[in-house]
Write a protein that binds this ligand. Structure first.
Ligand SMILES: NC(=O)c1ccc[n+]([C@@H]2O[C@H](COP(=O)([O-])OP(=O)(O)OC[C@H]3O[C@@H](n4cnc5c(N)ncnc54)[C@H](OP(=O)(O)O)[C@@H]3O)[C@@H](O)[C@H]2O)c1
Length: 212
């Protein structure tokens, strides 16, 4: 399929390819599928796999296998596991799951490979780092994404744009309380004949968004 990749001489982000650039927290990659109008969730308990393409699922599986550690909110964790075509899918081998929740009873139910935890995004990332995590995939949903975006802790994003327009639903982040974020496109790829797009962006926390 068609692909665009920024030429190496323009690529200011070797850290994105070669791993973590922060020593106090894991390098964080947000991975999200959405409609062309930016909707990532049509209904609270609906798994993304009901509308995302096979190619996006393969991409997500590859990313999870590469990162080996996932951060997700309790709602998304539940949606992924209960409403997918094969209900109660097993967790992926060799992957650690950090699931955010305020429910202390769930914290106590933590057992490898699933850790339920709460606190600020910084608390969560410090704990993960202390547990040896150097990079992690941030898999939403909107409230969990906002917690890490608010802190400026997202380093890169892989956004899959499915060729569909959803009339209602929720966007990528909810409760964002900071300035808008500029992104730099690192690569763009068409994943299938229907035109599912995979966009890879670097987060430019130090540059305000502007045209050109
Ligand atoms: N399109 C995609 O790629 C994609 C990816 C993932 C999810 N989704 C969709 O997103 C929807 C769910 O999103 P959502 O925003 O409602 O849920 P979410 O972010 O998955 O989970 C929200 C829950 O996470 C916990 N949480 C979030 N921040 C926390 C913090 N700082 N400390 C402690 N706990 C925290 C809370 O759990 P408690 O209530 O237990 O305290 C909160 O209710 C689902 O429909 C799912 O399918 C879409």
């Amino acid at each position: 399929m068609n692909a665009f990749t920024a030429p190496p001489c323009n690529d200011p982000s070797p850290g994105l390819r070669h791993g973590p650039s922060h020593n106090w927290r894991p390098f964080l990659t947000l991975i999200m599928a959405m409609s062309v109008n930016g909707i990532i969730s049509r209904a609270a308990d609906e798994s993304v796999s009901t509308w995302s393409s096979a190619e996006d699922k393969a991409h997500l599986d590859r990313m999870i296998a590469q990162h080996k550690t996932v951060i997700t909110g309790r709602e998304s964790f539940a949606a992924t596991r209960s409403n997918a075509p094969s209900p109660h899918k097993p967790l992926k081998d060799g992957v650690r799951y950090y699931v955010l929740t305020h429910d202390e009873a769930l914290w106590r139910k933590s057992a490898p490979p699933v850790t339920y935890l709460g606190g600020t995004a910084e608390d969560v990332l410090r704990r993960m780092k202390a547990e040896g995590v150097d990079r992690a995939a941030l898999l939403g949903g909107p409230r969990t994404n906002a917690a890490f975006l608010n802190g400026g802790y997202v380093d890169e994003m892989f956004l899959t744009i499915e060729p569909a327009l959803f009339c209602t639903g929720r966007g990528l982040c909810e409760g964002l309380m900071r300035d808008d974020l500029a992104l730099e496109l690192l690569s763009a790829e068409t994943l299938n004949p229907r035109g599912t797009l995979l966009l890879h962006y670097k987060a430019l926390w130090d540059s305000p968004p502007k045209a050109g």
